[in-house]
Design a protein around this ligand. Structure first.
Ligand code: UD1
Ligand code: CA
Length: 469
């Protein structure tokens, strides 16, 4: 069961807290992924505040079942709402918190084996931290877990305790829901605290255990934007260390922002300010220069991406070069050894092997063959205001600078398009397509113009300086 019904008042957000993102996804997604790794019989998320938004966020194809907590009266009350969905079930219930995103599967597995091995009624995951502020404290009597006291209800002496409650537990289902319904709300927040269950179990002489995590960072809870930023930094730090250990050079390990699922090959160099998101895979020996953003993209070996490029949902094959200032929009394929230069935008376009579009172009809905040269300022006019149309440029074609290719249109194998052409009809293989105003030359025009302007001083002709044709 994952608790995700709270508002998260301290976030000061119109969004429910658990939908706020850390690298790799929303906090709730991170927790659900960890839970799924245990292959639970059922997975229940307790929703309440902005319940529809949380349900929608998890999508229609989720295997999660939802329990509704309305109103939100505290963590004990939240867990009770899952009781009807779990009626008749026995065994172990693992309780996770939607705002503790860094928890690892390894810790959960350890929790399960300790809990089952000791046949405890409840096992609490705890951590020893230097700054326990804000967490529930673990109160021990003769070394045994006796109760958990919340920060706001703690005495000054209890506030000195450095062992904290992570909000992650394993429970034997048998006594759980009955005991939960006996919890009262006489505390500083007037809420039904799940943590009160511990004292109740102790009175009933049920077995209570704790599992201490090695790395207290793993159970950091997120209650504010500051904590969200701190937890996010921890995720990035861990990822960056893993990448460096696997042979990736990070010029400044504090500077790139790389999502946890990103894969990068050895000897690739990542410069400062680079953002790599989603399911992106980058090959070996690539160089990603400063301030490049790459999302959900597949990149081969030996690729260079120059500064300030933005690349989304695309594929770039081995040996290609992209940027600076390139914009690769979804469904772009840059084939082996191809080159995209500065201020070039591609969308739903394949640029074939060893082809080039080096300067100032828009290429949309285009299929471009091998060794094609796309001149500076070329534009595929793919949109007629209602529909998108395809442009095909076959192998070895040469598109002169400042040409417009008005789609649907095809430039055949090896054909040339003269610079400055507006191509509205197919250009067959081997042909030259030229479609521009003819140049005329007016001999002696400048001299006549000068005379015209000296006349102007006396006659003030209004059209002085205009071309003489
Ligand atoms: C809780 C624990 C505290 C522990 C800390 C660890 C209690 C009373 N306190 O405190 O001992 O150290 O977590 O991070 O349990 N929620 C609901 N419904 C509610 C209230 C909360 O679903 O009515 C959910 C929240 O969405 C959140 C989780 O429960 O995901 C924890 O709630 P929160 O208010 O953040 O508890 P803490 O004060 O952090
Ligand atoms: Ca919390």
């Amino acid at each position: 069961v994952v608790l995700a019904a709270g508002h998260g008042t301290r976030m000061k957000s119109s969004q429910p807290k658990v939908l706020h993102r850390v690298p790799g996804g929303s906090m709730l997604n991170c927790v659900i992924r960890t839970a799924e790794a245990l292959s639970p019989e059922t997975l229940t998320v307790v929703v309440g505040h902005a319940a529809d938004a949380v349900r929608a966020h998890l999508g229609a194809d989720t295997t999660v079942q939802f329990a509704l907590q309305q109103p939100q009266l505290g963590t004990a009350h939240a867990l009770l709402q899952a009781a009807p969905l779990l009626a008749g079930r026995t065994g172990t219930l693992i309780l996770l918190s939607g705002d503790v995103p860094l928890l690892t599967t390894a810790t959960l597995k350890n929790l399960v084996s300790e809990h089952c091995g000791t046949q405890a009624a409840a096992t609490v995951v705890t951590a020893t931290v230097e700054r326990p502020f804000g967490y529930g404290r673990i109160v021990r009597v003769d070394g045994e877990l006796a109760r958990i006291v919340e920060e706001r209800d703690a005495s000054p002496a209890e506030r000195q305790i450095k062992e904290i409650n992570s909000g992650i537990y394993a429970f034997d289902m048998a006594p759980l829901f009955d005991a939960l319904s006996t919890i009262a709300s006489q505390n500083a927040q007037g809420e039904y605290y799940l943590t009160d269950l511990i004292a109740i179990y102790r009175r009933r002489k049920l077995v209570l255990k704790t599992v201490l995590v090695d790395d207290p960072q793993e159970v950091r809870g997120v209650n504010s934007r500051t904590e969200l930023a701190e937890v996010s930094r921890l995720v990035r730090q861990k990822k960056n260390e893993e990448l460096m250990a696997s042979g990736v050079t990070l010029v400044d390990p504090a500077a790139p922002y790389i999502d946890p699922d990103v894969e990068i090959g050895a000897d690739t160099v990542i410069h400062p300010g680079v953002i790599i998101e989603g399911r992106t895979r980058i090959g070996a020996a690539c160089e990603i220069h400063a301030h490049v953003t790459i999302t959900n993209t597949e990149i081969g070996d030996n690729v260079t991406i120059k500064s300030f490029s933005l690349i989304t949902d695309s594929r770039i094959d081995a040996g290609a070069q992209v940027g600076p200032f390139a914009h690769l929009r979804p469904e772009t394929v840059v084939c082996e050894g191809a080159k995209i230069g500065n201020f070039v935008e591609l969308k739903k376009t394949t640029l074939g092997p060893h082809s080039k579009a080096n300067h100032l172009s828009y290429l949309g809905n285009a299929t471009i063959g091998t060794k094609v040269n796309v001149g500076a300022g070329t534009i595929t006019c793919n949109y007629d205001g209602e529909h998108k149309h395809e442009t095909v440029i076959e192998d070895g074609a040469f598109i002169g600078s400042d040409s417009q290719l008005i789609a649907p249109v095809r430039v055949g194998k090896g054909a040339y398009v003269a610079a400055g052409s507006s191509i509205t009809h197919d250009v067959p293989a081997g042909a030259l397509g030229i479609a521009r105003g003819r140049q005329s030359v007016v001999d002696g025009w400048v001299e006549r113009k000068k005379q015209g302007s000296s006349n102007k001083a006396t006659s003030s002709r209004k059209d002085a300086g205009k071309p003489a044709h």
